[in-house]
Design a protein around this ligand. Structure first.
Ligand code: ADP
Ligand code: MG
Length: 246
């Protein structure tokens, strides 16, 4: 069986509010299959962003185990976790989160600078990435000089810069009109197929929900149901694995 890109086993997370602990995720068991679109769907406050932050190693669970790309994250120190995140995981946000004073090219280049890539190689890679997202002619524009759809394309190029295994996208089309959202979705599908990247989205966008290979429905911090689209060999693996680690 192809190794899952991520596994959650008995994951719990709560936040401290004044004097009380408010549970946000309760005993979540989940297998994220590789090379697919997984969509987290659930009402506002159901824990989607919290779950993405755990998958993205931005946050740690209170209880339970998380593995990403075969790595148990509780074995890593905070510094190791941050290196691991940088080299394995890309992020795309609802509000694009681009650096306003940097050009499109510089935004994409930024994670490569942090990774210490040598300048000439870095620039070649940035050119290829901007080309792949259809923005070769906007390299020198700052985010304020780009449309919402173009900004999200830059953000996708930046997310892919370090060739991650897993890309997490928190409501990536929520601030785009439906036509632009559909184009962004098509771009992400193209990237997923070209580079065999696993995407996990949170979304309310019907286009995205319809495109999901695996649809995870969250409610009040609990997985209510999982609908996995049969897709050849991967489907039988998912059935065998159920949604637990056992
Ligand atoms: P969703 O993305 O599905 O809207 P979130 O994961 O953002 O849900 O939030 C789930 C719950 O956790 C909400 O009730 C929210 O108020 C709470 N929450 C999220 N982040 C924090 C935080 N940093 N501190 C306290 N409570 C939080
Ligand atoms: Mg959210």
């Amino acid at each position: 069986m192809e190794q899952p890109v991520a596994l959650l086993d008995g994951v719990e997370k709560s936040y401290q509010m004044d004097d009380v602990q408010v549970p946000v995720l309760r005993k979540v068991d989940l297998v994220i299959r590789p090379g697919l679109f997984t969509v987290l769907l659930g009402p506002s406050g159901s824990g989607k962003t919290t779950l993405l932050n755990l998958l993205g190693c931005i946050d740690r669970p209170d209880k339970g185990d998380i593995q990403v790309a075969g790595q148990a994250i509780d074995r890593l120190s905070d510094d190791e976790l941050s290196d691991f995140r940088g080299s394995h995981i890309g992020f795309v946000f609802q509000n694009f989160n681009l650096v306003p004073v940097l050009t499109a090219a510089e935004n994409v280049e930024y994670p490569l600078v942090l990774a210490g890539m040598e300048p000439e190689r870095r620039r070649r890679r940035v050119r290829r990435l901007l080309d792949a997202v259809g923005l070769a002619d906007r390299a020198n524009n700052r985010p304020g000089q780009l449309s919402g759809g173009q900004r999200q394309r830059v953000a996708i190029a930046r997310a892919l810069a370090r060739k991650p295994r897993l890309v997490l996208a928190d409501e990536p089309t929520a601030n785009l009109d439906s036509q632009t959202g559909a184009a962004i979705l098509a771009l992400m599908r193209q990237m997923q197929e070209a580079f065999n990247i696993s995407f996990v989205f949170s979304s309310h966008d019907h286009n995205l929900i319809n495109a999901a290979d695996d649809l995870i429905i969250l409610r009040d911090g609990v997985i209510q149901s999982i609908k996995r689209k049969p897709s050849g060999a991967a489907a039988s693996v998912a059935e065998d694995a159920g949604n637990t680690l056992s």
